[in-house]
Unconditional design. Structure first.
Ligand code: HEM
Length: 442
């Protein structure tokens, strides 16, 4: 089964031929990403970005080989996350983090709840796994309800047309995360606006470090006005009247690793991380999956006839079109050699998950969609190792539930009119819109 890359809108960047042409970060680079990866694998699997380290005089390096990225994320001692530098800054300061300017509740809670690798693991196992990790299967019914409501809004349309992103792929994870956390559905629009502010660095941030200018940073904090207070009010209300939701549970749970309950600001920080990570990302997986179905004759029918194949399809789609393409989140704590290239201590590593996921040394026919590929979950779309995405569990259930529902309610989908396949700016892989034509099931 082969999937062709959709015809992308024109990019201001020319199609890369040599490594000198490769540019993963300028505006429009999104349209050239998958043309750049084979060049990186062949000619520059470790590509230096001069002067683009975290501190003056250091460099950034793009890693595109699966084995290098997998090794880095599995070894937090040799390759500490950049966030640990921020936590070190808190440690060295006389001002408590909650009183520092431009420090959000998530950073504050990271400092008190998970400053070490051991506590990081405990935080995941004790505080997030039961809700968005392996325990997320408890949400299947709720996700089904939201999915059905969204489909009901367009399934009887005489035109049989749907803009799949705004009418399904985006609102589904937004509604799901509001339900998980225990926020009213009427607040989803407002939550989504705050979520959009949170992810701004990954959309309009400059270069591989996703940097906002000082003005953009100020704007971002302005846009986030009210979020902390909104969550604080919810925490207060749920302490008084608990319900069956994640915030109520966090208000009461004993964090065994520290032998105590959580404070309001710590809960606020966990909620910040859930909104940042959970509101948008799954949208990109769903939307690229829809595209792969449109491009692969017979795939819709195959999945409809045998639902056990949905899981492999979702995983393989995330491998082939990784939602988060890359992040610069690790540093070298000593001199390292990757693929024969020396990378000095103190360098910033850009882990290019998407490139590792199509590395020909790891994957047979890497650009082919093979929904029966062996051990496909070893892909890097959620990263791996101790800091693997804590929301992978709920994202997977959202994707699988969504496709089960769409396969129930539809006979097929194909590309509709007016698609340019232009991608949104930034580091996430997603088109700005996706018009589909559907056939309703009888
Ligand atoms: C298709 C969907 C998703 C993708 C592709 C994705 C991908 C990733 C990746 C690559 C990382 C970086 C891990 C590392 O540095 O090693 C990450 C971190 C993270 N993700 Fe996800 N994610 C997705 C969905 C979610 C969801 C649904 C949630 C929340 C419910 C979430 C919450 C987070 C958080 C909080 C972090 C940061 C971990 C930390 O605090 O250090 N993600 N994700």
């Amino acid at each position: 089964m082969t999937a062709k890359t959709p015809q992308h809108a024109d990019s201001p960047l020319k199609c890369p031929v040599t490594v000198e042409d490769v540019d993963l970060f300028s505006p429009g680079a999104q349209e050239r990403w998958y043309e750049a990866y084979p060049i990186l694998h062949r000619d520059a699997p470790v590509l230096r970005i001069p002067g683009e380290g975290l501190t003056p005089g250091t460099d950034g390096y793009i890693l595109s080989k699966y084995e290098d990225i997998a090794m880095v994320v599995r070894d937090p001692v040799r390759f500490p996350p950049t966030l640990t530098l921020a936590l070190k800054m808190f440690e060295d300061s006389d001002v408590p983090p909650e009183e520092m300017k431009h420090v959000n509740a998530m950073m504050v809670s990271m400092y008190s709840l998970r400053p070490t690798d051991e506590l990081y693991r405990a935080h995941r196992q004790e505080l997030t796994d039961p809700w968005v990790g392996p325990g997320a299967s408890r949400h299947t019914e709720m996700i089904t309800g939201h999915g059905n409501d969204l489909i009901a809004a367009w399934i009887d349309r005489p035109s049989c047309e749907v803009e799949f992103i705004s009418e399904f792929a985006r609102p589904l994870p937004q509604r799901v995360m509001a339900s998980v956390l225990g926020f009213p559905q009427e607040d989803v629009e407002q939550l989504a606006r705050w979520g959009t502010e949170q992810v701004k660095p990954y959309v309009i941030g400059r270069g591989h470090k996703n940097e906002l200018t000082q003005e953009q940073l100020v704007e971002q904090f302005k846009g986030l006005d009210g979020f902390k207070e909104y969550v604080a009010d919810a925490v207060k209300a749920k302490r008084k009247n608990p319900a069956d939701d994640m915030i109520s549970w966090l208000c009461d749970v004993e964090y065994k690793a520290l032998g105590r309950k959580l404070t309001d600001i710590e809960i606020n920080g966990i909620v910040y991380a859930m909104v940042l990570g959970g509101l948008e990302t799954t949208q990109y997986a769903l939307e690229e999956q829809a595209q792969l179905i449109c491009e692969t004759p017979g795939l819709f029918e195959e999945l409809k006839a045998d639902r056990s194949k949905i899981r492999g399809f979702c995983e393989e789609a995330m491998r082939l079109r990784s939602p988060t393409q890359g992040l610069s989140t690790r540093i070298t704590s000593q001199d390292e050699v990757f693929q024969g290239v020396t990378v000095p201590k103190g360098s910033l590593l850009h882990l290019r998950w998407a490139a590792g996921n199509v590395d020909p040394d790891e994957w047979e026919c890497p650009y082919e969609l093979d929904i029966e590929r062996k051990a496909v979950t070893r892909h890097l779309a959620f990263s791996q190792g101790p800091r693997v995405c804590p929301g992978a569990g709920i994202s997977r259930i959202e994707q699988q539930t969504a496709w089960n529902l769409l396969l129930d309610r539809l006979e097929g989908i194909e590309y509709g009119e007016g698609n340019t396949f232009e991608h949104q700016p930034g580091i996430m892989m997603g088109t700005l819109k996706l018009n589909l034509k559907f056939q309703k099931a009888g």
